[in-house]
Design a protein. Structure first.
Length: 425
């Protein structure tokens, strides 16, 4: 048994002891109320989910297991996976053990490539990626053990097996899809001596003479890993997993939600907007030109991608981290310079639109320009990168949910007639 299994074996009894009295003795304590506006408004602000891996206070942004995300910017994604799962940063020996575990499991089954090759060549990379995850369902340890009669208190162990098996193959899978979908040549073999993010960069095959792209990739994979559990991809994964559909089913479902333009696809849309702007104005636009273009976008009924958030009310600290990276390594690149200038101009434009609650940039506002700088120019691929990272968080959440024995998700819906009757009371 690996160190991670050992650690969680120690943790779960403690966590269950923490949760049990809350459920039993304080179960009827009211923590949130629901208004009609919230019922019709995507349940915004309703506190009805538990998530111990991370929290997103509107005035602070992402905090993973008590640590603000900016303080994790130098960590490896696999260290963050350990943190998400256990609540502690790993020791050097523990990271090494986890890396060994991932290397031992990192073979993408051949049938996956056969399925992907049979799909239309112009399929969106997210369709290829999510299909590949679903196709691998036959590998699920959870499903196999469930069929053999696994006891409920073993669910988390089988879910952790699936988490590690999935996390191990994600870089090779995502890189293979990149090379296949964009005609980059044969797949590149994994290097067992590299960390998870560096290996992904190597398998993408874009080269990285200064090591900067690898730094960016590790940062990217850390920043996107988790964002509490109410967002579309996390909530979908958790809901599907709560039916004891294993992680291959549930992760694929959640990532289909990530593929929406109001969620993860915003990063592709955002770079498109930036490049469109540069093309229109023949280079980095002036502040006035950007202001005019932002208004043109809004007046045509489109959103300004990368700006606004359902929860945050400040500049997303993940955007800050990308901006800082860009200023250090990418200054002078027209796409990045426009991203920086958009940040100076667009919040003031959005502040004038009363209905917009958050005029500030979110995580998607800057990442695309950085990837573009390092030669990853196919922006329909960007959400796949997001998905590789987000898989860590949502899988960790599933391990914890199964370890705490959470039941199937089943909130109550009501018809409009019922709401009208309530409103009339
Ligand atoms: N540009 C134009 N209009 C915007 C806007 C933006 N950037 N942000 C919000 N609005 C509009 C909404 O569309 C909504 O309009 P309607 O009432 O006419 O439908 C109104 O302002 C109120 O929205 P809100 O309450 O401020 O925001 P929501 O919680 O409804 O939505 C979104 C949050 C992130 C979906 C929204 O801000 C948006 O569409 N942003 C642009 C797309 C984007 O960047 N998405 C990525 C978000 C981060 C993420 O999940 N990444 O995966």
């Amino acid at each position: 048994m690996s160190m991670l299994f050992d650690k969680l074996n120690q943790k779960f009894p403690l966590w269950r002891d923490e949760v049990k009295p809350l459920q039993k003795e304080k179960g009827d304590k009211v923590v949130s109320q629901v208004t009609i506006a919230q019922v019709y408004g995507g349940m915004r602000g309703v506190k009805s989910l538990v998530c111990d891996t991370s929290e997103v206070p509107p005035d602070k942004g992402l905090i993973i297991r008590g640590i603000p995300v900016k303080d994790l910017a130098e960590k490896l994604p696999e260290e963050v996976l350990w943190l998400l799962l256990t609540g502690e940063l790993p020791s050097e020996a523990e990271v090494k053990d986890l890396q060994k575990e991932l290397v031992a499991r990192n073979k993408v089954p051949d049938y996956v490539w056969a399925v992907l090759k049979a799909m239309p060549a112009d399929s969106h990379p997210m369709v290829l990626f999510n299909t590949a995850i679903l196709v691998m369902e036959k590998e699920s340890v959870f499903r196999k053990r469930y069929d053999e009669g696994m006891k409920k208190d073993e669910y988390w162990k089988a879910t952790l097996e699936d988490t590690l098996n999935i996390a191990a193959v994600l870089p090779a899978l995502a890189a293979g899809i990149y090379r296949m979908r964009f005609n980059k040549g044969d797949r590149i073999a994994s290097d067992p001596n590299l960390d998870w993010g560096a290996d992904y960069v190597k398998m993408l095959g874009l080269g990285d003479p200064k090591g900067e792209f690898t730094k960016l990739m590790r940062l990217y994979l850390v920043l996107h890993s988790d964002h509490e559990s109410g967002n579309v991809s996390a909530m979908t994964t958790a809901t599907v997993n709560s039916a004891l559909s294993d992680l291959y089913y549930s992760l694929s479902a959640g990532l289909n939600g990530l593929a929406g333009p109001l969620h993860g696809l915003a990063n592709q849309e955002c770079l498109a907007w930036v490049l469109e702007t540069n093309k229109k104005f023949g280079g980095v636009p002036t502040e006035q030109q950007l202001k005019d273009y932002a208004w043109e976008t809004l007046n045509s009924g489109r959103v300004v991608p990368g700006y606004g958030h359902a929860v945050l009310r400040i500049t997303d600290p993940r955007f800050d981290a990308f901006l800082a990276f860009g200023k250090k390594y990418c200054a002078g690149d027209p796409a990045f310079d426009t991203v920086a200038r958009v940040f100076d101009v667009v919040p003031n434009v959005l502040k004038e639109v009363q209905k917009i609650k958050d005029p500030w940039p979110n995580v998607d506002a800057g990442s695309g320009a950085l990837l573009y700088h390092y030669g990853l120019k196919e922006f329909s691929y960007y959400t796949v990168l997001f998905a590789v990272s987000r898989a860590l968080g949502v899988c960790a959440q599933a391990v914890i949910a199964r370890g705490l024995g959470l039941p199937i998700t089943r909130p109550k819906s009501v018809p409009t007639s019922w709401l009208k009757a309530e409103a009339a009371k």
